[in-house]
Ligand binder design. Structure first.
Ligand SMILES: Cc1ncc(C[n+]2csc(CCOP(=O)(O)OP(=O)(O)O)c2C)c(N)n1
Length: 548
């Protein structure tokens, strides 16, 4: 919503039935009320200091609820900080949510954070990190996995109108467009990003206009109308299953409370707030259901009472849980996914002298043969074979689905690699030059590195990094930036010096379920040769070799 609109443009909600049956109409109502009543309770806990922060979704519930109920249970959803209705819509037991926010052990992140920053494979919800854009690239990867496996699913990812200013928004929608990925990009256009109104955030009139630029469909709905959101998401889903492609769904709504509870709404004109109060999604829907004879006082009271009891019971269970006291060894153990290394010894009989680049190429080729779920991604890596020709000929052997040229966007692709991993794939991203990793830095440092520690999800990703100076390539094609990553828990950094090590360690990197930054000095590619066995072998990562 552009804040230059006049207040009278805050249009009333117009409900249509869309042949939705009575049971579903009531279910939508019940699911709308659930997050609202939880929020009201949480505000009490916030005042008591039992939860640390609260980002309110009051007034925006229809978007989460309509979406959650329109999807299949195994479609992934990547929500943001105002999407409680996604979590309750997927029927997560209340006590687990309350425990998550209170840092209790039966939450989702072992008390390591008390927020929505968690994921759960059980409920197919992949929570955000604080940074507002990276979830969109992850959605691309999940959708790519669905597409590769020919699974009939869509992936839904949320962003706010503020978050849509992040480069990830552009990169991820562009990738989804080019690869025809079945992702619904939902923009919750609620008028403000923290205190910044829309006219200081973006210049276009509406977000569906941006869809045109990406060559995809953009659809706008009244985000306060639960029936419209539900119906539209259902229709989009059906159509995307038949014809996989991304769609941008813009939901017009308004943020009724402060950015988070402490910050208030002083900067919002009172008149505008009043207009939107009249558009409350729950009150209006309740009135509609009364008018068409689906709800009455008795039924409404019964529904609310049922939810209140569920909340009390959830709180009772959560409060009875002990607090989490960090155990150092458990904290350290959870930084990396466990590795079950099975050594494959090198067969000296098959050795011959090859160059460093050949060893890299051979390792990738063998890994692709060994792991049918491994997908290679990078700029110009397909038919062209990569700028260093490390993947030359791979398209002929493995096909373009598994050897993928990417648009020029490091962040979305590293995010997509994590998305693939979430679906049980392995991914390799080739940075064209290690220098360009700066454009994917956030995804590596905050997503790949931390997701296992945060909620037990490993990132089975190898990022290959042609690196180093000595080739007169100046400040943007010759940096040795491995130290940026050695300081980040959760990553493994490998930097082989010899062709033998390059092959054995790269093969081990593909077996390792953790994110591995694999540095290859460019000056070595074609300048050194070494004895390398032709057969498969691996070398344990992190174990030093004793050289004579
Ligand atoms: C990369 C990054 N920059 C800044 C912030 C601080 N921040 C958190 S939420 C927010 C505003 C988000 O606005 P919008 O995307 O419109 O979502 P809304 O809060 O309105 O739902 C800001 C600036 C952040 N979390 N991440």
């Amino acid at each position: 919503m552009n804040s230059e609109v006049t207040y009278s443009e805050v249009s009333p909600i117009i409900f249509q039935n869309y042949n939705i049956d009575k049971i579903q109409l009531i279910s939508l109502y019940t699911h709308l009320v659930r997050p609202r009543l939880i929020e009201e309770k949480m505000l009490n806990l916030l005042r008591q200091g039992k939860i640390s922060k609260w980002f309110s979704g009051i007034g925006q519930e229809a978007i989460s609820v309509g979406t959650a109920l329109a999807l299949d249970h195994d479609d992934y959803i990547l929500p943001m900080h105002r999407n409680l209705g996604i979590f309750t819509g997927r029927n997560i037991p209340f006590h687990r949510l309350f425990s998550q926010w209170q840092g209790k052990p039966d939450g989702f992140s072992k008390g390591r954070e008390r927020s929505f920053h968690f994921g759960t494979q059980d409920y197919k919800i992949i929570g955000m990190i604080s940074h507002l854009g990276p979830q969109m690239g992850i959605a691309d990867g999940i959708a790519l996995a669905h597409k590769l496996a020919d699974e009939k699913n869509v992936t839904v990812v949320f962003t706010g109108d503020g978050g849509a200013s992040e480069g990830d928004f552009h990169e991820s929608i562009n990738v989804a467009a080019v690869w025809d990925l079945p992702v619904i990009f939902i923009v919750e256009n609620n008028g403000y990003g923290l205190s910044t109104p829309s006219n200081e955030q973006f210049r276009c009139k509406q977000f569906i206009d941006k869809a045109i630029g990406y060559g995809i469909e953009g659809i706008q709905v009244d985000g306060n109308n639960v029936l419209e959101v539900y119906q539209k998401v259902k229709e989009i889903r059906t159509s995307m299953i038949e014809n996989p492609r991304p769609i941008l769904l813009e939901c017009i709504t308004f943020r009724m409370r402060g950015h988070e509870e402490a910050s208030g709404t002083k900067y919002v004109p009172t008149e505008l707030m009043k207009q939107w109060e009249l558009k409350d999604p729950i009150h209006n829907y309740e009135t509609y259901l009364r008018e068409i004879g689906v709800l009455d006082d008795l039924k409404i009271a019964e529904i609310k009472q049922g939810i209140k009891l569920e909340i009390e019971e959830g709180l009772r269970i959560s409060n009875s849980m002990p607090d989490v006291f960090p155990d150092l060894s458990e904290e350290l153990n959870d930084v990396y996914a466990p590795v079950h290394f099975e050594e494959v010894k090198s067969d000296e009989n098959s050795s011959r002298s090859i160059r460093y680049i050949d060893a890299i190429r051979e390792a990738m080729q063998m890994a692709m043969e060994k792991h049918p779920n491994l997908v290679l991604m990078g700029q110009d890596i397909a038919d062209y074979g990569g700028v260093f020709k490390a993947s030359e000929g791979f398209v002929a052997q493995f096909g373009k689905q598994r050897v993928r040229n990417t648009p020029l966007c490091e962040s979305a692709i590293v995010g997509a690699a994590l998305g693939l991993s979430i679906k049980g794939y392995k991914a390799m991203v080739e940075m064209q030059f290690a220098d360009f990793v700066t454009c994917g830095f956030n995804q590596i440092i905050n997503n790949l590195a931390k997701s296992h520690y945060r909620w037990g999800q490993n990132a089975d990703v190898v990022v290959r990094m042609p690196t180093g100076a000595g080739v007169a390539a100046g400040p943007f094609h010759s940096q040795s930036n491995e130290a940026w990553f050695t300081h980040t828990p959760g990553l493994k950094v490998v930097y082989p010096a010899f062709p033998f090590d390059a092959k054995g360690l790269l093969l081990a990197a593909f077996e390792d379920p953790n994110p591995v930054l694999f540095f290859e000095h460019k000056a070595l590619y074609r300048s050194i040769t070494g004895i390398v066995p032709e057969a498969y072998y691996n070398m344990e990562i992190g174990k030093a070799a004793k050289l004579k």
